[in-house]
Ligand binder design. Sequence first.
Ligand SMILES: [Zn+2]
Length: 397
Amino acid sequence: MSLPKDPAENLAALIRCPSVTPAEGGALTALEAMLAPLGFAVERPVFSENGTPDIENLYARLSGNGPHLMFAGHTDVVPVGDETAWSQAPFSAAVHDGEMYGRGAVDMKGGIACFVAALARHIESRGKPKGSVSLLITGDEEGPAINGTVKLLDWAVGRGEAWDAAIVGEPTNPDLLGDMIKIGRRGSISGLVTVHGRQGHVAYPHLADNPVRGLMTLLDALMSPAFDDGTENFQPSNLEITSIDVGNAATNVIAAKATAAFNIRFNDTWTAETIQAEVHNRLDIASGRRKYRKGRKEPVEFEVTWRDRPSHVFLTRDDKLIETLSASVKAVTGRQPALSTSGGTSDARFIKDYCPVVEFGLVGKTMHMVDERVALDDLEMLTNIYTRFIEDWFEQG
Ligand SMILES: [Zn+2]
């Protein structure tokens, strides 16, 4: 059997599977076909939950004597958007001017294609790694992420799996391959603040209580002062107001209620719990302020509700993992990668509860866009980085 040593060939096979979340689209079958000749035991658990589509996932393990490395990622992709706007069909894997086009090319079928090619090259030239390698691949990263990585980790642990380190193959480089390794992520939490006033006529505001004034008072307090100035490894925490809703179409009416939605990306100064407490504290103090509510005796009447589950902030400290990967990137690209915690959340936030995790993949510039594409040279370089990492990481035992 021929081994899947060519990342471009691997990627083309994956792109041709239209695996828009929640569809498997043949992508896991294509991946399984690559892993089987490498000696992996492949399983494809399906997870369900009321109100969400069933999702198929993949866990593959190549067992050996020594440490256990996990590679994690997803084969699902975001929708193509306006298909006519693509210069190449989004599931064709067409190559034009040295670049392969297709939804998922960089986010993140490309990362998977390169890791598989790296393993194939390692196995062909040096035999099996001195330890175990697992691929933990979900079909539910771009969707609600309910039947994906969280359940897959839980399922694997239930079968006795344990890992020493993990790499997530998401596209981490802003411009050039080798720019950036992600060694942690900020936390994220979303909330709603609702102010209850008293409806009335705009010409008689003293008889009403305009909730917009109350809401402005509260939002002022959320936006300043800054939560912190940033830390050694993290940007400053930031709150963004994402929506303000009063739903009042009349020009002569003071509404009874006003609501604002906000999201906070927070650094390691905070936990989800302490940042929530800070928000409540700021609102409690601000509710008595008179800046926009001259003459009001009663404080702003408000409530806060927190949405979804928070994402917790984390920072990976594992010298072997981080330094081996940095050195591999430097050796192949000539660039010293920045160790960053910037950007949005990823499935690494779940993996960090089981083993140290870092993220390194392709250049993310075109992810989720029309004409998502990857340079064939980048595929080759990322494969070389992963190959070198696998060699050096297992060599250290
Ligand atoms: Zn992704």
